[in-house]
Write a protein that binds this ligand. Sequence first.
Ligand code: TXA
Ligand code: MG
Length: 348
Amino acid sequence: MTTQLIKVRGIMENFDDFVRAGNLLKNGEVVAIPTETVYGLAASAFSPDAVGKIFKAKGRPQDNPLIVHISDFDDLAKITEEVPESAVKLAENFWPGPLTMILKKNEKIPLEVTAGLSTVAVRFPSHKYARAVIEAAGVPLAAPSANLSGKPSPTSAQHVMRDLAGKIPMIIDGGECEVGLESTVIDLTGEKPMLLRPGAVTLSELCRVLGDILVNPKISEEVDDGEMVASPGMKYKHYSPEAPVVIIDGEADAFVRYVMANSEGKKAAVLCFDEEKELFSDTGISAVSYGSKSNPETLAHGLFSALRTLDEMSPDIIYAREPELSDGMELAVVNRLGRAAAFNRISV
Ligand code: TXA
Ligand code: MG
């Protein structure tokens, strides 16, 4: 199959392309679309066959459920059993945007979408091209991140091309994703709301709207083999370059010393803050920076792209830096990098 890459200049300029994307989706095909978080691989959420093509193209484990994307708040009630007050409040504050809510599904959502669960993850993205494709398709779209399973989520159409060229008919190229990390996921089906995945809608922002919320402990630690988890995605090795990643905690100079002392006889590479890149300039060690230490949004934006760049250098080991936790997007950055490193940390 040839994969068409459609470089979008605007909704009106590319109107026919959006109609074509919508028709592909109506006919049970998959299309990769930009969102404000990462690129998604979309299919009709009402079609088990179409959803099956997502799992096949990505090589995604069958028990990992998908997020359903809508382009109108009223569509939430059409695919769920009930819309609790907490969901209405969250939607008022954060939709459209990078927040996914888990609710009880109704019979319109096939079990293929939810991997057999009675709950469904729903998101109303803010990206105008994502919304245009959902509207052109005329149905809610199930869409996981558009990477091969196990690879970092794609934040550009070129990343999608690298993973899925030849496997899907169309990619809508809307340029780089603004956020760079996947949406915040919150479960609203329990007694108290529970954060399952941190993202651009931060824990403190969620607390401001809902009061007390639980935080799933697996956000910050490895899942053991066979362990039960609240979100199946937590079980899988994720966001992970071929080389092992080790997070190094400590001051910049101690970090450099550690890297120098531990790179003999192997090809080491470094994932660091912008402020530290220069420290490696005469060392012979490749350093890729992913954003400013003092600005977690830049780190979120650059992380996956930097991991892909590092992967292409085929190092034997990657020494990485993570921001200190605070009440912003640091938690999301630390979670994704932690998972790439299987939560391997060394203090220096
Ligand atoms: O930003 C995003 O959320 C992107 C864009 C494309 O919207 N999508 C995305 O999808 O990240 P994916 O499939 O890569 O991640 C979905 C996560 C997985 O960890 C999955 O296990 C979890 O959400 N999930 C989906 N449905 C669930 C459910 N009913 N209960 C618990 N977790 C669920
Ligand atoms: Mg994913």
